[in-house]
Design a binder for this molecule. Structure first.
Ligand code: ZN
Length: 421
């Protein structure tokens, strides 16, 4: 008798066929969910829409002579298979939802108590069309990573505009601001170019973008790779997206600046399924003076340490990009560098500088002066709100630098002026 024709064999074949069909169906369902869920959940993270109509007043073009770049610009190791990545050991392990959950359970994210951060109403220079134009840089901190830069050329640049009360997906509750808004988009005298460092809600805020586009329809946005599509879904097309070490000259009404999109050690996420699908960056802006904007970045990962133990390890790998930036785009007249959102260090040091990291970064990029940012605006981490400025002064002294006058902390809304060297 043919064993393949036996009733037992036929039953086994039918059962196997049934199981393989179930497996195929399950795989198809998983694939469909994976494809569809991001589209279904997108409205939760991209509302409200901005009315289209903005028309860039800027001429944007590649410079005739490219600036020098390091070998890493050619290797492009930050391009993963389908996501971007940090190609350095200095980033450490990523903060996955599971690790975050365990860390919260262990009490590592105790909320700091209330604090009063110094704040003052901002004051701006005469209009950029003034004759003669301003001969100095005026930098005004508007909280978190938002600086209003009035360049000596007359060009007016805004970094990571966060001029709203919210710092969260639209349908979720937002943590409250520690400091009140120093001003709104309507109070700014003019904005020619906006640079965006990455997609996190404290750096890319849809309400601020909407207000800017409405108030300044000619404004042009420079963004890292992948974010042009985010703007396009709101009808904002005056956007140029760049990869690390790409550069563009931007000219508005005869006022010109050279902008370089540069590396940073960070990550991106805005929805449930979009980890690192858009790039993160720092920026250099050269328009009469050279300014470095660090965006959001880590410098050197350190593992968790017991409370009260100095966890700085000078032998740990550091992000090599900053020395490259100093070599190929420096020296800078002014560097804007984050000093907050670093506790628990064992979870955040890979993606956020603490004050000592910030001073090391400041030295690497070859900056003459620095201003601190990314503290005292929202409570997004566990260190006491007023600790970063104190620690910055300690770190400056540790490196033999004066505690004030070189790398300073200013109140929210305050300005500092710098004459070209
Ligand atoms: Zn971030």
């Amino acid at each position: 008798m043919n064993p393949l024709a036996s009733p037992q064999t036929r039953r086994a074949v039918r059962a196997w066929s049934c199981r393989s069909q179930q497996r195929a169906l399950a795989a198809a369902a998983r694939a469909w969910l994976w494809r569809t869920l991001p589209a279904l959940t997108r409205p939760l993270f991209a509302w409200p829409p901005i009315a289209p109509g903005a028309t860039s007043a800027a001429a944007v073009y590649e410079p005739a002579v490219r600036s020098s770049t390091p070998v890493s610009a050619v290797l492009r190791e930050h391009h993963g298979r389908d996501r971007f990545r940090n190609p350095w050991p200095s980033v450490g392990p990523s903060l996955t939802p599971g690790v975050l959950f365990k860390s919260v359970i262990k009490g590592e994210w105790a909320r700091p108590g209330p604090a009063v951060v110094p704040t003052e109403p901002p004051a701006f220079l005469a209009p950029a069309t003034a004759d003669p134009p301003p001969d100095k840089l005026r930098a005004t901190w508007l909280g978190q990573a938002c600086f209003y830069l009035e360049m000596p050329s007359g060009l007016r640049v805004l970094t990571d505009p966060q001029l709203s009360e919210r710092c969260a997906p639209p349908l979720l509750p937002s943590p409250p601001r520690v400091t009140p808004l120093p001003c709104t988009a309507a109070d700014l005298p003019g904005v020619d170019v906006v640079v965006i460092s990455h997609s996190h809600y404290d750096h890319l805020d849809v309400n601020s973008i909407a207000a800017l586009v409405e108030r300044f329809p000619g404004v042009h946005f420079l963004v890292p790779l992948g974010l042009e599509r985010w703007f396009a879904q709101f009808g904002v097309t005056s956007v140029t997206e760049l990869d690390w070490w790409d550069e563009r000259e931007v000219s508005v009404g005869g006022r010109t600046g050279l902008f370089s999109c540069l590396p940073a050690q960070h990550e991106t996420k805005r929805g449930l399924f979009d980890n690192n699908t858009t790039l993160w960056s720092s920026w250099s802006i050269d328009s009469g003076v050279r300014v470095y904007f660090s965006g959001d970045t880590g410098y050197s990962y350190v593992p968790p340490a017991p409370p009260g133990v100095d966890d700085h390890d000078m032998s740990a790998p550091v992000c090599p990009a900053f020395a490259e930036i100093g070599e190929h785009r420096g020296p800078f007249d002014l560097a804007l560098i984050g000093i907050g959102a670093y506790q628990p260090r064992g979870r955040l040091s890979g993606v956020h500088c603490d004050p000592l990291d910030a001073v090391r970064l400041f030295r690497d990029v070859r900056a003459r002066r620095g201003l601190a940012m990314h503290w005292g605006t929202w409570t997004l981490s566990a260190e006491p709100t007023l600790e970063p400025p104190r620690k910055l002064q300690d770190a400056l002294v540790q490196f033999g630098m004066p505690p004030t006058g070189v790398f300073d902390v200013v109140p929210v809304g305050a300005s500092r002026e710098y004459a070209p060297v």
